[in-house]
Ligand binder design. Structure first.
Ligand SMILES: *Cc1c(COP(=O)(O)O)cnc(C)c1O
Length: 436
C-alpha cells in the first residue's frame, strides 16, 4: 500500500517512509492512497474483544500490506496498555474517557504507539524527535520516548500559554529530553518546527523526526478508540460523536474510522473561539483568523494543520463534508457554564476541552433532529480529551471542589527536568538543537 501527499504533487511512499518523512516535499501531509474497509462480521464481533484485541483487528485491516502482522501485534501490546472506557451518563449520552494514559490526555494513545512503532522501524539509527506543543502533546511524546535508546526529544512550548500543571509536566523530563520555553504562541512554535524540517541539512544531520499530528503514525491508535467507543455503546441507536478540536488530528482519525465502515451517523467539530472550521462549514470559505487564547488552551490553534487531511478525504467538497460533519464554537463563558452543568446534572467533572465537546454534542444533535427526523434515537458521545486535574485553576472555582489528581500526574509535578528559554528565532533554535 502506498501513501500519498494531500497536495498530490509528491512521490508516493511506503508506510515506513511516510512515517519518517514528516511533511511531503510539496508541503502536503501523507494519507493512505486507499482506506480499507472492515466487514460486518468483524464489526459485530468487536464488542466481545478486549481493547488490545480490538486494536489489533482494526489495525490489521487498516495496515494490511503496510506493516508486518507480528510487529503490529508487538507494538500494540507494548504501547496500548490503558483503556478508553465509555462512561454512560444517561440513556442517550456517553463520555469517551481518553485520559487514562500516563500523562492524562488522549495524546498518550498516539505517543505511546508512535514511540514503539518508530523505534521498531528505525533499527537503532539515531533520531531527534522535534515537537511543538500547545499543552498536552509535548508531555505525552516526551513520556513515550523518555530514556529510549538512540532517541533525543526536543519539545517547544509557548511561554505563558500552557496551564501551570501542564508546564510542570512539560519540564519534568531529563536525560534524552529537552524542553524549550518559547517566547511566542503555539503557532510560532509550530512555525519554528516547520522551519527546522525545511532545513534539509539540519534535518538530515540530526535525523529530525516529527511527532506532531502531521505524523500519520499518531492517527492510527486514535482510529482504534473510535471503534472501541462503538463496541461499548448501545447498538440500537445512531451514534453521533463530538470531538473537541484544535489541530484536527483527532477528528481526522474519526473520519477515517467512518470511511473504514464505523457506523457513526455524524461527527461534530467542537472548537473554542478559534473557529476556522465551524465557519468554513457554515460559509464554505476557509479563512484562518488570528489565534485567540482561551481556557481550553490545547485547542488554541488558528491554522489547524490536519484539516488538509479532512479536505483530502472529502475531495475539497464542503457539501460532501457537511453530510458527515457539523461544527460549533464556544466562548470561555459558555465553556465554564458547561463544566458547571455537567457537574450539576451528572456529578461528573470535565476539563475545559471536554466541556466544549459536551456543548457541541447538544447543539449538533439539536440541528440533526430539526433537519432530519425529530424522533430518531441518537446516542451522543463526547470525547473527554484530558483529565480535569490538568486544569485545576479553571475547573475548581467552578465546581467549588478539589479534583483528585491521578498518581502519574502527581508524580510528574515533583520532578525537575531540562528546560531552556528560547526566543522566537529559528537561528537560535538551530544552535540549541545542534548543541542539545
Ligand atoms: C490536543 C488536544 C485537543 C485537540 O486535539 P486535536 O487532535 O489537535 O484536534 C483537545 N483537547 C485536549 C485536552 C488536547 O490535548
Amino acid at each position: 500500500m502506498l501513501y500519498v501527499s494531500t497536495n498530490k504533487k509528491a512521490p508516493s511512499l511506503n508506510f515506513s517512509q511516510a512515517i519518517f518523512a514528516n511533511l511531503a516535499p510539496d508541503g502536503g501531509l501523507y494519507m493512505p492512497e486507499k482506506i480499507n474497509t472492515i466487514d460486518s462480521k468483524l464489526l459485530a464481533e468487536l464488542s466481545s474483544l478486549s481493547f488490545k484485541e480490538l486494536c489489533l483487528e482494526i489495525g490489521e485491516v487498516l495496515l494490511k500490506d503496510s506493516l508486518d502482522k507480528d510487529f503490529l501485534k508487538q507494538t500494540i501490546d507494548n504501547s496500548l496498555t490503558f483503556h478508553a472506557p465509555l462512561l454512560r451518563m444517561s440513556e442517550d449520552l456517553s463520555a469517551l474517557e481518553l485520559f487514562h494514559g500516563p500523562t492524562c490526555a488522549f495524546k498518550d494513545f498516539a505517543a505511546q504507539f508512535m514511540a514503539k512503532l518508530m523505534v521498531g522501524l528505525r533499527n537503532n539509527q539515531p533520531m531527534t524527535i522535534l515537537v511543538a506543543t500547545s499543552g498536552d502533546t509535548g508531555s505525552a511524546i516526551a513520556q513515550a520516548f523518555w530514556n529510549l535508546p538512540n532517541v533525543k526529544v526536543c519539545l517547544l512550548y509557548p511561554a505563558g500559554y500552557v496551564s501551570p500543571v501542564q508546564e510542570k509536566q512539560l519540564t519534568s523530563f531529563n536525560n534524552n529530553v529537552t524542553s524549550f520555553k518559547v517566547n511566542g504562541n503555539f503557532d510560532d512554535c509550530q512555525a519554528l518546527v516547520k522551519q527546522a524540517f525545511a532545513d534539509q541539512k539540519l534535518s538530515h544531520d540530526l535525523g529530525l523526526v516529527s511527532a506532531n499530528s502531521i505524523n500519520l503514525a499518531r492517527l492510527i491508535p486514535q482510529i482504534f478508540y473510535y471503534f472501541s467507543a462503538y463496541a461499548q455503546m448501545p447498538k440500537n441507536n445512531a451514534a453521533v460523536i463530538a470531538v473537541p478540536s484544535g489541530n484536527f488530528g483527532n477528528l481526522t482519525a474519526g473520519l477515517i474510522a467512518k470511511r473504514m465502515g464505523l457506523p457513526v451517523n455524524n461527527f461534530i467539530a467542537c472548537t473554542n473561539a478559534n473557529d476556522v472550521v465551524p465557519r468554513y462549514l457554515k460559509t464554505g470559505d476557509y479563512s484562518p483568523a488570528m489565534m485567540q487564547h482561551t481556557i481550553s488552551n490545547a485547542m488554541d490553534v488558528a491554522k489547524p494543520s490536519n484539516f488538509t487531511r479532512v479536505q483530502f478525504l472529502y475531495e475539497n467538497s464542503v457539501e460532501a463534508l457537511r453530510e458527515d460533519l457539523s461544527g460549533f464554537s464556544y466562548t470561555d463563558e459558555q465553556t465554564k457554564l458547561a463544566i458547571r452543568e455537567v457537574f450539576d446534572k451528572y456529578k461528573y467533572i470535565v476539563c475545559p476541552h471536554s466541556a466544549i465537546g459536551y456543548l457541541g454534542l447538544q447543539d449538533g444533535i439539536k440541528v440533526l433532529k430539526s433537519k432530519h427526523d425529530s424522533k430518531k434515537n441518537y446516542h451522543g458521545i463526547f470525547l473527554c480529551t484530558a483529565h480535569p486535574a490538568k486544569f485545576p485553576e479553571s475547573v475548581e472555582p467552578i465546581i467549588q471542589q478539589k479534583i483528585k489528581v491521578p498518581d502519574s500526574l502527581a508524580e510528574s509535578q515533583n520532578r525537575i527536568g531540562n528546560v531552556h528559554m528560547l526566543n522566537n528565532s529559528f537561528e537560535e533554535l538551530k544552535n540549541k538543537l545542534i548543541s542539545a
